[in-house]
Design a protein around this ligand. Structure first.
Ligand code: CO
Ligand code: CO
Length: 303
């Protein structure tokens, strides 16, 4: 747990370990069915980030019985169940409590060979960093809460957040990736920092290569960002150096808290084209956004 792994791993036998995780949160989109899908994609993501295969799940639900119609909860759970079907995950049960605010999530159990776990901190010099989803869901969902997000922007982030990281996970395992982390609440650079904290490697991130949702900059400039963004940045200020050429807005965006973000994968540079080719077949763009270096240990330089 001290190494900020995405999920817990418990070895049962020499060739079988279980991978467990729990995640739940409040709605980030207005549509209850989409909220259910997004939550499940997000909860499964920690298992995928370990290179494991999720098998079963339990629903975790908080529901304001007095204030909300039961049909809303039904839609949320329907969206969740559809996503679990898509992921070949079996829902075994769940638990609901009465709570002032709607919350939904999953406790997930997956399996993996104990020697095949993709840890978050095993990146090596010579690796490149590949990112499998664009950045900006925090900013755009803040705009949704303020009622100022365009329908196109809402659709784009909904589709992205409800997309499983399954194909990306299977492809990185097949190609022998060294390390992986899913990008969530600490933002891209926050999770990148977790991958090298206390290790003997550093990172270089090419800010211009980081994919952003089209509306991200515009909404950010209108002040549409959550408090978590600046908190994330302050928390990692001693590990991250920005070249003067990186515009200020972009420095902030790289810390935007993500929901159900993509995988940040470290793998040998020679294998990146194969990974990109495989993911392209699943409709996933996976640009190289940086590299792992032997210099400036445990620090990230953003150029
Ligand atoms: Co995670
Ligand atoms: Co998590």
């Amino acid at each position: 747990m001290e190494r900020s792994e995405d999920a817990g791993v418990f070895k049962l036998t020499d060739d079988l370990a279980i991978v467990q995780t729990v995640d739940f949160f409040t709605p980030i989109v207005d549509d209850p069915y989409d909220f259910g899908r997004i939550t499940v994609a997000n909860s499964l993501s920690d298992v995928y980030a370990m290179g494991a295969r999720p098998l079963t799940a339990l629903n975790v639900v908080c529901f304001p019985q007095a204030a909300m119609d039961f049909s809303v909860l039904r839609k949320v759970l329907e969206g969740g169940l559809d996503m679990m079907h898509e992921a070949d995950v079996i829902l075994l049960g769940g638990h609901t409590v009465d709570d002032p605010e709607l919350k939904y999530g999953l406790s997930v159990t997956g399996v993996i060979h104990p020697d095949k776990v993709v840890h978050n901190n095993a990146a090596r010099p010579g690796d490149v960093l590949v990112l499998t989803k664009p950045i900006g869901t925090g900013i755009i969902s803040t705009a949704i809460k303020a009622g100022t997000a365009s329908p196109a922007a809402i659709k784009r982030i909904t589709d992205s957040m409800a997309a499983l990281n399954r194909a990306a996970s299977e492809a990185m395992v097949a190609l022998g990736a060294h390390a992986c982390k899913d990008v969530t609440g600490f933002g891209l650079l926050g999770h990148a920092a977790e991958m090298i904290e206390g290790t003997h490697v550093g990172m270089e991130i090419n800010s211009a290569a980081v994919p952003l949702f089209p509306e991200t900059k515009e909404y950010y400039e209108k002040g549409m960002f959550a408090a978590g963004l600046r908190r994330n940045r302050a928390f990692r200020k001693n590990m991250v150096t920005f070249a003067p050429s990186v515009p200020d807005y972009l420095q902030d965006l790289l810390f935007d808290p993500q929901t159900s973000g993509g995988l940040l994968i470290a793998l040998p540079a020679s294998k990146a084209p194969r990974l990109q080719e495989k993911l392209k077949k699943s409709g996933i763009k996976a640009p190289v956004i940086g590299k792992v270096v032997a210099q400036h240990k445990s620090r990230i330089k953003v150029i």
